[in-house]
Design a protein around this ligand. Structure first.
Ligand SMILES: O=C1C[C@@](O)(C(=O)O)C[C@@H](O)[C@@H]1O
Length: 252
């Protein structure tokens, strides 16, 4: 498997990497949140720009992104605009989604960009190409807040995203019972042992799925999301507690 190297952070080797989201609505609060989150020692920071009040205005996004870059300094940054269809707050046309992502990629202020596979299908090649030209890694993602698809569907989706040029893939799904959590983990185990050529993230959301965040590295997930000052999805565990659990479950 080809790992992803961002400075000192290697995704796909060692302990699963911990990604902490920033979810505030305005510049001032977001920068305060960032400075708090930084002190919690995340491996990667995610800006969930779909929560940002001025996300529809490209100059505002550019300006705040610059400030985030300066404040984050050498911490790897992941940019995400999560659409409503996939459980986020993002309400944008497909053409604005594309424009926003292109703008952010070309700014070269981030290391990783989240691209939703479903919405970006028609222009995925050009986005991946643009990301590569600008030295940005593509995290191709799929979310299902309603249920957990079958093991085969999860594996097929992971593999299709890899084939679309992703440097890393992610699937987050909602369990209805513990069998669904096991389905997600089993699909990931098969990915890890049989198919994956790139690091991937697999998450079973909600309280039932919390175990998938705690045991990420044991079944193949190369990273997971934890809460910092706020949480961006159901079931996220505060980063400090997650690190303690990682020490118990993943170390010697
Ligand atoms: O896609 C993901 C995963 C996530 O939904 C989670 O379940 O932790 C949290 C989001 O912020 C992130 O973009």
């Amino acid at each position: 498997m080809k790992s992803i190297v961002i400075g000192k952070t290697v995704i796909g080797e060692g302990l699963p990497k911990v990604i902490v989201p920033l979810t505030k609505f305005n510049d001032e609060d977001l920068l305060v949140e960032l400075s708090n989150v930084k002190s919690m020692n995340p491996d990667i920071i995610e800006w969930r720009a779909d929560f940002y009040r001025k996300v529809g205005d490209l100059p505002s996004v550019r300006h705040l992104l610059s400030e985030i870059r300066t404040e984050a300094y050498d911490l790897p940054l992941l940019f995400t605009f999560r659409t409503q269809k996939e459980g986020g707050s993002g309400d944008a046309s497909v053409s604005y989604y594309q424009k926003l992502l292109e703008e952010v990629i070309c700014s070269r202020k981030i290391e990783v960009i989240d691209i939703e596979w479903n919405i970006a299908k028609p222009f995925i090649d050009s986005l991946v190409d643009l990301a590569e030209k600008n030295g940005v890694f593509v995290l191709m993602s799929h979310h299902n807040f309603q249920n957990t698809p079958s093991k085969k569907e999860i594996i097929d989706r992971f593999r299709s995203m890899e084939q679309s040029g992703a440097h890393m893939t992610k699937i987050a799904v909602m369990p209805k019972d513990f069998h669904d959590v096991m389905t997600l983990m089993e699909a990931s185990w098969d990915m890890k042992t049989k198919y994956a050529t790139r690091p991937f993230i697999a998450i079973s959301m909600g309280k039932l799925g919390m175990i998938s965040r705690m045991a990420a590295g044991l079944y193949g997930s190369a990273a997971t999301f934890a809460s910092g000052k706020t949480s961006s999805a159901p079931g996220q565990i505060p980063i400090g507690q997650l690190r303690t659990i990682f020490d118990l479950l993943h170390k010697g």
